[in-house]
Structure formats: C-alpha cells, structure tokens
Design a protein around this ligand. Sequence first.
Ligand code: BDR
Ligand code: CA
Length: 319
Amino acid sequence: MSPAPSTSTSAPPVPIILDCDPGHDDAIAIVVAARHTELVGITTVAGNAPLSSTTRNAIIMRDLLELATPVHSGANRPLIRPARHAGYVHGASGMDGADLPEPSGPPASHDAVGWIIETCRQREGIWLVPTGPMTNIALALRAAPDLASRIAGISLMGGGTFGNRTAAAEFNLWCDPEAADIVFSYGGPLIMSGLDLTHQFQALPHRIEMVRALPGHLAAVLSDLFDFFSATYTSRHHHIDGAAVHDPCAVMALTHPDLFTRRLAHVEIETQGERTAGMTIIDQRDLKEVPDPNCDWLTGIDADAGWQIIVDAIAHYSR
Ligand code: BDR
Ligand code: CA
C-alpha cells in the first residue's frame, strides 16, 4: 500500500474528485477541498437526501465559494437497494438550517460516472474522495476496471468499529453495501475515515463560535448549518456535545496527513447480513496468518488543529 501523500508547502495540491451527498459535513468537505486540493470536480450521489437535493446543495456550495469547479450528478439510488435518506440528521433538504441562495444553474451533466471514467483516463493520479454512499465510484470501477491503476487512490468517509444507522453499520456503507464492497476490494490505496475517527471531530459550541466570529456571508451561512447539524446530533445522542464532522476528514487525510494516527488493516464489507449489512469487518486479530492490509485505517485526529484548518478555509472564502 502506498502511504498518504505528505504535505510540503511547496508540493502541488493533490488532485481530487469529491463524490458527495451534501449534507452539512459534505459541505465542509467541499470548503476544505477547495482550499487545499486541486478540486478537479464534484460529483453527487443520492444519500443524505435525494439526488436532486444533494446536487442542488453541491452547486450552491460551489457558487458560495465562487469556484469554476464542475458539478456532475450521478446515481439516484444504490446499486441494488432502494434509496434511503437521512432527513433525521440533515433535514429534508439535506442542508437544512440556513438561508441558502438558489443554485446558479443545473449540473454540468447527469453522468457523473461517465465523467469520472473519462477524467481519470485523461489524467492519471487523481484521488477519489467519496463522502456519501459509494455508488458512483463502484459503478465507475465496474465499468472501467482500468481506473484502479489510473487513480492515485481512494480516501473515503465510512465504516468504523461501530455503526450509526444500525448498531453495525455506518450510514454511507449501510445505504449501499454492495458499492462499498466493490470499493474496499478494488485493490489500490485506500484510506478510511470511519466513525472511530470522525466522532473525535465534533462541532463543539466554542468551535462553531469560531466560525460565527468570522466576517462575511459564507461564515454566517456555515455557522447556521453547524448549529442545525449539532442540534440534531445532541438531540439524538446521550453523550455528544456537537455534530461529528465526518466528511472533511477524508479530504484532510490527503492534505494534512500529519493530523492523524493510523493503522494498516484488512477491511471487508458485510453485504449479506440481515442485521449487519454495511458493516466494516476490520481484521484486528494478532495472528500471523491474516489477509494483507488493504486499508489505511485512520484511528485518531488532532481535532483542534483540524478545526483550525476548517476555520481558516472558511475565512479564506468568506467575504
Ligand atoms: C456519514 O453519513 C452522512 O450523514 C454524513 O454526511 C457522513 O458522510 C456519516 O455516517
Ligand atoms: Ca456525506
């Protein structure tokens, strides 16, 4: 397995395609990606909300950041399962809680999968960063197996040693376990930001205040979004003081790898289980005869330093 790229300030930004389902934390992933990567494109998938909503939200974020980045919409449902959403966390729109502008226009195409394939064939060395159900990425890998050796790797948000949508499964993997199975077994570099990690990275009240204190429209919008997101988390959990800000971790894993502690592990996805579909089976056995690691499993984050990166990225675009 190749290690995650290192961040020397002189190194060119890592080229990525962010495949997302905004989603409050996907929105923050877009901000960090815009600031610290070469954001080749944003592709959208049904997940936190229906595809029309996640696409709309991605375009709104692109507009708020005044980026030229194309947004392509993709799969409107998982590979074989019905579409299921997370209005109980993100609201019906997928990004409830703020007064958002109308999107500037439609997506660049409705063929995210074709666009991912074409783009990764034209240019080798792009990282794919899925922060929603992995349907688009799985469809691309299935239609174009050569992508596995053309991309730099996949840095994803999903999984963990515990679940959130079920006792066993994290939401992104629970939505589309078959797609996740294709991604986890694709054979190239894989970085996993799972719930063990992302629950250490919370939008605590004082952290939201750091965003609200920034000047400009974007900071006001994002602090309202954080308020909504954290309110749903704190109302649904016994022991959490702010929303887990999952998705930017998959971006910062590439741009700021020194924030993280990690272990190499072999990880597989349960697709059959009646109660465990979408579970990540992380092989932690201390045996000599276990499968080779396929995954760089991020286990810890310097949350204050990570939050400062988010605040600085928001400040950069907030006028
Ligand atoms: C994941 O599910 C979504 O609600 C978030 O956007 C994140 O990608 C966390 O389980
Ligand atoms: Ca997401």
